[in-house]
Ligand binder design. Structure first.
Ligand SMILES: Nc1ncnc2c1ncn2[C@@H]1O[C@H](COP(=O)(O)OP(=O)(O)OP(=O)(O)O)[C@@H](O)[C@H]1O
Ligand SMILES: [Mg+2]
Length: 532
């Protein structure tokens, strides 16, 4: 067992160092001729690298089940998770085509017994075991004979997160070695799950909180559930998707979810951010250029559109795309054709397009800054991502907990405790910067709270919700700042300017625009610092 554990540790480290998808696995025929130990080890490589990749949670568990059934020569494999909120066992994926999700009480069946006791179960004839619950067999018509169940937990005394259950070994009953192997596998899978969004409510207690269908995406509010539904529907097609929503609502993350849940998952996901590029460079960035296309173009460069061939092209902040280029993008969306800058050859690329914007494209179109024909082409499937303050208190707290756990792991800090006062503040704050603002706040709170206790001074300021909504033109990161009366005017001005800069995520040009002054004035107000 120690040997296996040491191997897992090595494999995990290697996988974390290179978050590449594993090489395609050999066909069944080849696998069967491999020595048992080798084929079993290869499963560990896959499990460890699954954690490093961004995948749909259900897909992660499904792959793990398939591979475990294969490696242990079992007819079926199921991962049951202990749902900490409902206190029962749930399987979101099983190699059971009859049902998408099954639930069973914790006090029933062999899986329930393992979930409660943490002990391994290996039986050759289930019907002769009094702990076996025949209900599932009766409803599905399946006949369970041999069973092997191991607790899903990171160590022998760690809390149980679920169980791995294997049914009906194909060639004779499960043996001692199978039992040892499945115990080690279950431990590895528990470690993999610790890096997903399936997190326990309380680290030291059994069970997990099921937070949403995508790995790394937290949230179950009605608004987000609608977003997931649309993403799942759109992902199965090649339709162009437009994600809209305020800054920091997770558009980038969700664009990735579209890609990884689509048939193009194995292909590239290539991003073009229209805000970070000077307008003159956007065309060459998107479509590439030929040698000599302009001064300094000393070689042919392929554009993002070409690089995304076979995958997904994510056009971020499409509202900033210069008008001159909108026609070219339209042509690409309609015909998948384009030319490199300075090139005459018409090229074709097979890329699915996902775009995002925090702007109102309809309003831009009415103002003549966005082509109407492009607008219709881009928003075939429009998905509006709700602002954090519209998702409800439970979601703010779930996200805070999620980031607190993630950053506590990263910085090796104890878990952050949100007491009543902190909870109230988190909920009352309007989060104009949405999830990004919350994430940054939690990160700094974790860093500045070495004992896990939040000090008063770290709590986010209370911003009345009305203020944020009422502030015109501040949709993209507005807010409010409380200034004590009696502050010298220059100190007050400076604080106000700093808050505006912060709300503009440090973007000086944007902050100056919001304040209606030039960048030099802004720099002077900030204390004669050099413009950055
Ligand atoms: N539902 C979520 N669950 C977990 N993390 C999230 C969620 N939504 C956003 N995040 C995290 O918040 C941060 C901001 O998200 P993201 O960059 O996707 O927002 P955005 O809408 O693209 O913002 P912008 O418009 O400013 O580009 C990222 O670190 C992202 O991982
Ligand atoms: Mg973004």
């Amino acid at each position: 067992m120690e040997d296996l554990d040491a191997t897992f540790a090595l494999v995990r480290r290697a996988a974390a160092a290179s978050p590449e998808p594993p090489p395609p696995r050999p066909s069944r025929g080849v696998r069967c001729t491999l020595p048992r130990a080798v084929s079993r080890l290869s499963l560990l490589v896959d499990l460890a690298s699954l954690a490093a990749r961004e995948v749909d949670l259900d897909a992660l568990l499904r792959t793990a089940c398939e591979r475990m059934a294969e490696a242990l020569h079992a007819d079926r494999a199921t991962v049951w998770l202990v749902d900490a909120e409902r206190q029962d066992l749930v399987t979101r994926v099983a190699l059971l085509p009859e049902a998408a999700e099954l639930r069973q009480p914790l006090d029933r069946g062999l899986a329930g017994w393992v979930a409660r006791t943490g002990e391994l179960v290996r039986v050759d004839d289930a019907s002769a075991d009094p702990r076996f619950d025949p209900t599932a067999d009766r409803t599905t018509g399946y006949r369970t004979r041999s069973v092997l169940v191991a607790a899903l937990r990171e160590g022998d005394s760690a809390p149980v997160r679920g169980v791995v259950q294997l049914l009906n070994r194909v060639d004779g009953p499960f043996d001692e070695e199978d039992a040892r192997y499945v115990t080690a596998l279950a431990r590895e899978l528990a470690r993999v799950l610790a890096f997903t969004t399936l997190r326990p409510a309380v680290e030291s207690e059994p069970g997990l909180v099921l937070r949403g269908p995508f790995n790394h995406v937290v949230g179950r509010s009605a608004g987000m559930v609608r977003v997931y539904e649309r993403i799942q529907l759109a992902a199965r097609t090649d339709a162009t998707v437009l994600l809209t929503g305020e800054t920091g609502t997770g558009k980038g993350l969700l664009a990735r979810a579209v890609h990884v849940n689509s048939a193009r998952q194995a292909g590239p996901l290539v991003t073009v951010d229209c805000t970070t590029l000077p307008a003159q460079l956007v065309e060459s960035e998107l479509f590439g250029h030929e040698r000599g296309a302009y001064t300094g173009a000393d070689r042919r460069v392929r554009g993002r559109v070409e690089l995304a061939h076979g995958g997904t092209l994510f056009i971020d902040e499409i509202g900033e795309l210069p008008l001159e280029l909108q026609g070219k993008l339209l042509r690409f969306l309609q015909e998948r054709q384009f030319e490199r800058v300075g090139g005459r050859e018409t090229l074709v690329a097979d890329a699915r397009v996902v775009a995002a914007t925090h702007r109102d494209l309809g309003a831009l179109a009415r103002a003549g800054r966005f082509r109407e024909d492009l607008l219709y082409r881009v928003r075939v499937v429009e998905i509006g991502v709700p602002a954090l303050r519209d998702r409800g208190a439970a979601e703010i707290l779930a996200l805070a907990r999620h980031f607190a756990d993630a950053y506590a792991r990263r910085y090796e800090r104890p878990p952050l405790v949100f007491d009543e006062a902190a909870t109230a503040r988190l909920v009352a704050h309007a989060w104009p910067g949405n999830v990004r603002e919350l994430e940054h706040w939690v990160e700094s709170a974790v860093v500045l709270s070495p004992r896990g206790e939040l000090s008063q001074s770290l709590l986010p300021p209370v911003v009345a919700q009305g203020e944020v909504r009422a502030a015109p033109g501040l949709a993209a990161g507005g807010g409010a700042v409380a200034l004590p009366l009696g502050l010298p005017l220059d100190a007050a001005l400076r604080r106000y300017v700093e808050a505006t800069l912060e709300a503009a995520q440090g973007n000086r040009t944007e902050a100056a625009r919001r304040l209606g002054v030039g960048r030099n004035t802004l720099a002077r107000w900030l204390g004669r610092r050099a413009p950055g």
